[in-house]
Design a protein around this ligand. Structure first.
Ligand code: ATP
Ligand code: MG
Length: 588
C-alpha cells in the first residue's frame, strides 16, 4: 500500500529505498573507502621509497622491494574493491530499481478508472521504465561517487599540503575554475543527450502510431506521407546525435587538456621552486605531486557528473512520487463489510453523476432491478447507459443519491466482495496478449481446463477455438487482432460463464454478432441470467424485447419505463426508436 498518511521529504523517501539493502550498501561504501585510501596513500608510499631507499647515497634494496610488494598487494585489493563497487554497486541499483518498479506497478493496479481516463499510456510506461533509469543511476552512483570523491579529494589535498603547501594551494586555486569548466561542458553534454532522448521518444511515438494506424494509412494510400513524416523524425535524430557527439568530443578533449595543463603548471611552478628556492622542494616531491593530479581531478569530474545525475534522478523520482502519491479515488471505507450470499436486489435512488466535474451524464436516476429479473437500458448513444452500469461495481462513485445491492450501499461493502459478485461484459472487450485459455481463465483464475471448455461451449466460442491453429493455446495478438469482434465478445462472455456471478451486466454483449450467432448467444445468456439479476444494454431493441422492464434514458434522466408492450402502447421515445430500427433493419 502507498504511504497515504505521511509524506516525508522526497530525499528521505529516496533514501528509504536503501533500507532493504543495507548490507550491500555497506559493502559498497567499505570498498569505496578502501579505494580512496589506496589512492591517497600510494603516492606517499612512492615518495617514501624515493626519498629513503633509492635516493643517491641511501640505496637500500630489501625495504624497497618489500615496499613495492606492499604496493602491488594494495593495488590487488584496490582492484578487487573496484570490482565489487562496480558489480555490487550496480546490482544494488538494480534491486532498488526493481523495488521502485514493483511499488509503482502495484500502485497503478490500485488506481481506479478515473485515473486511467486522464493518463496517457505512453507516459505511464515512461514512469515505470525510462524515468526509473535516471533514478537508479543516481541511486547507485550518487552515494558511492560522492563518498569516494570527497575522501580522495580531501585526502589528496592534505597529503599534498604536507609535502608543499604552496603548491597544494596553487592547485586548489584551480579547482573552482576547473569545476566551472567541467560543469559548463557537462551541461552542454546533458542538454544534447536530452535532445537525443527526446528525438528517440519522438521516433518511438511515430513508429507506434504508424504501426497501429498502418491499416488506415493503407486505406487512404497515405504511405508516402507516413514515410515523409517519419523521415523528419529521423533527421531530427541525426542532428541531435551529432550535436551530442560534438559535445562529447569537446568534453573529452577539454578534460584531457585541462589535466595536462595542470601537470605542466605543477611542473613549472615546482621547477621554479626547486631552482629558485633550494631546499623547499625536491624532484621527488614533484614526482609525487604529478601522481596526485589524477586523484585530484577525478573527484571534480565526478562531482560535476553527480550534480547532473542528481538533477535528472530527482526529477525522475519526483515523477515517481507523484504517481505514488495519487490516492485511489475509490477504496474500501473503514467499516466496509463483506457482501455475502448475494441475492442481487439492485436499487438506484436519485443517482446523479458527472465525470470529473464535467456536465451531468446521469440525472436523478431511480430504478430497481429486483432479484432474478432482467432490466434493459436503451437510449441514444452517449445517453449514459455504460456510465450507469459502471456505477454498480463502483468503477466511479455517484455524486448524488445512492446505489444499494441487497440493501447495502455499494460504498459500505468491500470492493472485492462487490466486484466478485458482478459479472460485466464490457462494451469494448480487451483481451490480454496471452493464450485464449488464459484469457478465458481470467474470469476465475483457479478454473480447471474442463471448466474453461464448458464455459467456451456455453458462450458458443468452442467451435471457433477448435478451428484455430493451436486451439485453446492460440496466443491472441497484442490487441486481440487475431480474433474477430464477435469472437472477442464471446471470449468475454465465456469469462462470465466461468465467473458465475449472481449479478450480470451485459453492455452491448451481442452487438458484434451476426443474427444466427446472436440468437444462439442470446439463448445462452438467457439461460445464464435465469435466477440472476441482469442489466442489459442493447442498441438492437429486438434483443431486449423479453426483458422484465425496459428503461429508456438520456442525459436528462429516465424518459420512459415499462415492458415492451407497454412502451409500444405509450407511443413515446421507445416507439420512435423501435420504428426507426424497423425501417433500418426490418422486423426480425
Ligand atoms: N471516462 C469518461 N470520462 C469523461 N466522460 C465520459 C467518459 N466516458 C463517457 N463519457 C461521456 O459520458 C457520456 C455518456 O457516455 P456513455 O458511454 O455512458 O454512453 P452510452 O449511453 O453507453 O453510449 P453508447 O450507446 O454509444 O455506448 C458521453 O457524453 C461521454 O462522452
Ligand atoms: Mg455504452
Amino acid at each position: 500500500m502507498a504511504d497515504k498518511v505521511k509524506k516525508p521529504g522526497v530525499i528521505r523517501r529516496f533514501i528509504s529505498y536503501y533500507r532493504g539493502h543495507l548490507p550491500l550498501f555497506g559493502l559498497d561504501m567499505l570498498c569505496a573507502l578502501v579505494i580512496s585510501g589506496v589512492d591517497v596513500v600510494y603516492p606517499l608510499m612512492a615518495r617514501g621509497a624515493l626519498d629513503r631507499y633509492i635516493a643517491p647515497g641511501a640505496e637500500n634494496l630489501r625495504p624497497f622491494i618489500i615496499l613495492m610488494a606492499a604496493a602491488i598487494v594494495m593495488h590487488i585489493v584496490r582492484a578487487a574493491c573496484s570490482y565489487i563497487v562496480t558489480y555490487y554497486g550496480h546490482v544494488l541499483g538494480v534491486y532498488i530499481e526493481a523495488d521502485m518498479r514493483h511499488d509503482v506497478f502495484s500502485h497503478l493496479q490500485e488506481l481506479g478508472f478515473s485515473f486511467y481516463d486522464r493518463s496517457r499510456t505512453g507516459k505511464l510506461m515512461a514512469r515505470c521504465t525510462t524515468d526509473l533509469f535516471d533514478v537508479v543511476e543516481l541511486a547507485h552512483h550518487g552515494p558511492e561517487d560522492l563518498f569516494i570523491s570527497f575522501l580522495t579529494f580531501v585526502g589528496s589535498f592534505i597529503a599534498m599540503a604536507t609535502i608543499n603547501w604552496k603548491l597544494a594551494l596553487m592547485l586548489m586555486a584551480t579547482v573552482p575554475l576547473m569545476l566551472a569548466f567541467v560543469m559548463y561542458l557537462r551541461k552542454r553534454l546533458n542538454l544534447t543527450s536530452r535532445k537525443v532522448k527526446e528525438s528517440v521518444a519522438g521516433i518511438n511515438a511515430d513508429i507506434e502510431s504508424a504501426i497501429s494506424g498502418a491499416r488506415v494509412a493503407k486505406a487512404f494510400t497515405n504511405e508516402e506521407y507516413e514515410i515523409e513524416k517519419f523521415d523528419n523524425g529521423n533527421k531530427r535524430y541525426i542532428h541531435a546525435k551529432s550535436m551530442n557527439y560534438k559535445a562529447m568530443g569537446q568534453f573529452m578533449c577539454g578534460m584531457e587538456f585541462f589535466t595536462t595543463i595542470l601537470k605542466v603548471l605543477v611542473l613549472g611552478f615546482a621547477g621554479l621552486l626547486i631552482i629558485l628556492k633550494r631546499g623547499e622542494m625536491t624532484a621527488n616531491d614533484l614526482f609525487v605531486f604529478l601522481l596526485y593530479i589524477t586523484s585530484f581531478t577525478t573527484p571534480i569530474r565526478k562531482l560535476a557528473m553527480f550534480m547532473e545525475q542528481y538533477t535528472a534522478g530527482m526529477a525522475g523520482f519526483r515523477r515517481f512520487v507523484e504517481i505514488m502519491d495519487t490516492e485511489p479515488a475509490i477504496f474500501d471505507s473503514e467499516n466496509a463489510v463483506e457482501l455475502k450470499d448475494v441475492r442481487g436486489d439492485i436499487v438506484f435512488s436519485g443517482v446523479s453523476f458527472a465525470y470529473d466535474g464535467g456536465r451531468h451524464v446521469l440525472q436523478d436516476i431511480s430504478l430497481t432491478v429486483p432479484h432474478g429479473r432482467t432490466v434493459a437500458l436503451v437510449g441514444p448513444s452517449g445517453g449514459g447507459k455504460t456510465t450507469l452500469c459502471h456505477l454498480i461495481p463502483r468503477f466511479y462513485d455517484v455524486q448524488e443519491g445512492s446505489i444499494t445491492v441487497d440493501g447495502h450501499d455499494v460504498r459500505d461493502v468491500t470492493l472485492r466482495s462487490l466486484r466478485g459478485n458482478i459479472g460485466i461484459v464490457q462494451q469494448d472487450v480487451f483481451l490480454f496478449a496471452a493464450s485464449i485459455r488464459d484469457n478465458i481463465r481470467y474470469g476465475r483464475l483457479d478454473a480447471t481446463d474442463e471448466e474453461i471448455i464448458a464455459a467456451a461451449k456455453a458462450a458458443e466460442i468452442h467451435d471457433d477455438i477448435m478451428k484455430m491453429p493451436d486451439g485453446y493455446d492460440t496466443v491472441v495478438g497484442e490487441r486481440g487482432i487475431t480474433l474477430s469482434g464477435g469472437q472477442k465478445q464471446r471470449v468475454s462472455i465465456a469469462r462470465i460463464f466461468l465467473k458465475n456471478p449472481p449479478i450480470l451486466i451485459l453492455d452491448e454483449a451481442t452487438s458484434a454478432l451476426d443474427s444466427a450467432t446472436e440468437a444462439k448467444i442470446t439463448g445462452a445468456l438467457e439461460r445464464l441470467s435465469e435466477g440472476r439479476t441482469t442489466l442489459v444494454i442493447a442498441h438492437r431493441l429486438s434483443t431486449v424485447r423479453n426483458a422484465d422492464e425496459i428503461i429508456v434514458i438520456d442525459e436528462s434522466g429516465i424518459l420512459e419505463r415499462g415492458s415492451h408492450d407497454e412502451l409500444m402502447a405509450a407511443n413515446g421515445a421507445y416507439k420512435l426508436l423501435h420504428d426507426a430500427q424497423n425501417l433500418l433493419y426490418g422486423t426480425h
